[in-house]
Design a protein around this ligand. Structure first.
Ligand SMILES: [Zn+2]
Length: 354
């Protein structure tokens, strides 16, 4: 295996880094043989922390392993070397997350939700009394559990005592739990229950951000996805509770994200929907909201990797990197054209000359 050397300034610190691959790990010192040298601005790979690869367009659509492979390749094109998949209609094949030519991956099984909520065909709709055991069983199988705590404008969130029992059961099984909420009540219950990550978080009372930071609950705002339908709803949706619910939450979402960063909450960049490989869109959305480019990139790279247990560009770390010609903090447009992507010590993408 050819040794890969990466040289340049590395984020988050901007300090000079000179690392070479030793198998699938970074190391220092001279290479034993031939090496491929890549120079530029170095990040330890991007992360899409909320994506559902392998599901065709359409709510309730089936899972397709050929599409999974294609979608993961689009992520890799974008410099994404790790994905977290919070919910799939069925278990992915065993190569998911371990195939050396595709991003690292974490996945939850089917979405756990209440009767009458979420999309037909995707969810396990359970009684409250069944939820903790079902969550523990999922955690033992894949390490991650996804719960849909509330649904559309009616709210009717899973009660906090049920969510708390799920969190305790999942943690006892050594897993982690991600909770979808787009309602003030569901968000509050999720924070009080101490979930590991709050997905979307639309309608979250900003006064809960300090508690999230203190207890280590991350926020994946999926800002691009939340904002996408807002203008159409504003222009065309009939006046009433569903419209009011969505626009109130979506309009407040950018400022919520900024306040989350200010409060010290771990922010995770996630795209949620098709097309895949658009993590740059979410970084742009975060910056448009008022998040500093440095912090928006953290949410899509080193902070997200650290949260998933992957160290940055240091000796001994998994040998992933995405390389840019210039500092992406001063020119976010370079996100659309990584100079190179390194995964597990191998160069898996190089720039197409323009
Ligand atoms: Zn999702």
């Amino acid at each position: 295996m050819t040794v890969v050397r990466i040289r340049g300034r590395a984020l988050p610190d901007g300090e000079p880094v000179d690392l070479r691959s030793d198998g699938d790990r970074w190391a220092t010192g001279p290479a034993p043989g031939a090496e491929t040298v890549i120079e530029g601005w170095l990040l330890p790979g991007l992360v899409d922390a909320h994506t559902h690869p392998g599901i065709a367009e359409g709510n309730g659509a089936p899972f397709d392993t050929d599409l999974l492979r294609a979608d993961l390749n689009r992520h890799l094109d974008a410099g994404v070397t790790a994905v977290r998949v919070p919910g799939l209609p069925e278990d992915p094949p065993s190569w998911f997350g371990t195939d050396p030519a595709l991003p690292r991956g974490w996945w939850a099984g089917r979405w756990i939700t209440q009767h009458g909520q979420y999309f037909d065909g995707w969810a396990r709709r359970l009684d409250h009394a069944q939820m903790a055991e079902a969550a523990a069983e999922q955690a033992r199988r894949s390490g991650w559990v996804k719960v849909v705590a509330d649904w559309v404008h009616e709210g009717n969130a899973i009660p906090v005592d049920v969510l708390t029992a799920m969190v305790e059961a999942v943690h006892a099984a050594g897993g982690r739990i991600a909770v979808h909420s787009m309602h003030e009540s569901g968000c509050a219950a999720a924070v009080e229950a101490g979930v590991d990550s709050l997905e979307h978080g639309m309608g979250l009372d900003p006064r809960l951000l300090a508690r999230m930071a203190a207890q280590g609950t991350a926020l994946t705002p999926t800002l691009t996805m939340v904002q996408a339908p807002a203008e159409d709803i504003r222009a065309h949706a009939p006046h009433g509770a569903p419209r009011d619910w969505y626009l109130q939450g979506a309009d407040a979402h950018p400022e919520l994200v900024v306040r989350a960063v200010e409060a010290g909450v771990t922010l995770l960049a996630g795209t949620d929907s098709r097309p895949h490989g658009r993590i740059a869109d979410e970084i742009h959305s975060l910056v448009r909201a008022g998040v500093r480019p440095h912090d928006a990139l953290a949410a899509a790279s080193w902070a997200a990797r650290s949260w998933l247990g992957l160290p940055g560009l240091v000796p001994g770390a998994p040998a992933d990197a995405v390389v840019y010609d210039t500092d992406p903090r001063t020119d976010l447009s370079v996100l659309d054209r990584p100079a190179a992507v390194v995964l597990r010590g191998a160069v898996v993408r190089t720039a197409v000359p323009r």
